[in-house]
Design a protein around this ligand. Structure first.
Ligand SMILES: Cc1cc2nc3c(=O)[nH]c(=O)nc-3n(C[C@H](O)[C@H](O)[C@H](O)COP(=O)(O)O)c2cc1C
Length: 314
């Protein structure tokens, strides 16, 4: 189903900044929402009270719509759901599973629910639970990923459900947004390009790694665990892959992975830390404000749509 996602979410541009654990804090979210997109606060690394503080800090910085991301595997998921309802958060995105168990609570609190899905089967299941829209995320994305590409996944999800679908994975400019619309999407979610936003507090070494990355510089680790994660190839990724090749136990892999994202994001150790990034990093070349990123991408998108319509309506 095609929908005007800007109307549905109360935003100016159909551009959502994807949640990024340890990274999309109140500063980044406020900057995106104030620029007319939808900022999404990450909570994967927070407990309930940490989440409440960050939501309150965010509310001081924006009166525009925003979302909070719930990582359903978080040990603090119950507390976080409670805080979201108490703080009257308008929109929730969810990752790593089905939010079915919490749907009644969210609906009673007036929260719109938009889960991230990697497959048609998951999309159908979520729609049965009564979600408001879906984010179909392809394997090109940074962070935890499924197996299907954005190009193949988005039209199949669009055909399978009757809620608006937002495309994610491999989108970093107006061409990507136009492509997503051609596949039937009603909006886009973008992570990697926002990593280099001026308002993004990720360590400068992390930003430099994204800006330097080429098209073939990412890989997925964790394939043997069933939870693949897309990262920039570095010492850490090679060590992880070597362990997986040796059929290391889940405990050994967990030991190596523990705290790895924080190491890169906070300490700036981009050799021994996990530098999560999408395949599109090769297209991301400079640091800009969120406003510049959003307006540039949207301007390109509109121009492409006009040019294409002109070219093919003759
Ligand atoms: C560093 C990083 C951390 C991420 N953390 C989360 C997260 O905590 N929750 C989530 O639902 N998605 C997470 N994602 C996925 C993004 O929200 C988004 O869907 C994805 O980055 C889109 O693909 P792109 O990187 O090609 O733009 C993360 C992505 C990155 C790059």
């Amino acid at each position: 189903m095609y929908a005007d996602i800007c109307k549905v979410l109360g935003i100016k541009y159909p551009i959502i900044q994807g949640a990024m654990a340890w990274i999309s804090d109140a500063d980044l979210v406020a900057a995106v929402s104030n620029a007319g997109g939808l900022g999404v606060l990450a909570t994967g690394h927070l407990d309930g009270e940490g989440c409440r503080q960050e939501i309150r800090r965010l509310k001081e910085m924006t009166d525009k719509p925003y979302a909070v991301n719930v990582m359903l595997l978080s040990p603090f998921v119950e507390q976080i759901v409670e805080v979201i309802c108490e703080e009257k958060v308008p929109i929730v995105t969810t990752g790593a599973g089905s939010p079915g168990k919490y749907m009644k609570k969210f609906k009673e609190a007036g929260v719109k629910v938009i889960p991230v899905v990697p497959s048609v089967a998951m999309a159908k299941m979520m729609v049965k639970d009564g979600v408001d829209a879906l984010i179909a995320e392809g394997t090109e994305s940074g962070g935890h990923v499924g197996k299907t590409t954005t190009m193949a996944l988005v039209p199949q999800v669009v055909d399978a459900v009757d809620v608006p679908v937002i495309a994610a994975g491999g989108i970093a400019d107006g061409r990507g947004i136009a492509a997503a619309y051609m596949l039937g999407a009603s909006g886009v979610q973008i992570g990697t390009r926002f990593l280099v936003a001026k308002e993004c507090n990720v360590h400068p070494n992390y930003k430099a790694k994204i800006i330097k990355a080429k098209d073939i510089d990412t890989t997925t680790t964790g394939n043997s665990t069933g939870h693949p994660v897309r990262v920039i190839k570095n010492k850490m990724a090679r060590a992880y892959e070597a362990l997986e090749k040796k059929n290391a136990s889940a405990e050994e892999l967990e030991e190596l992975g523990r705290g790895a994202l924080k190491k890169a994001v906070v300490d700036g150790d981009v050799d021994n830390g996990s530098v999560m990034s999408g395949q599109i990093a090769g297209l991301v070349k400079k640091e800009q404000t969120c406003k510049e990123i959003i307006e540039e991408m949207y301007g390109e998108f509109i121009q492409i749509m006009k040019n294409t319509a002109e070219l093919y309506s003759k």
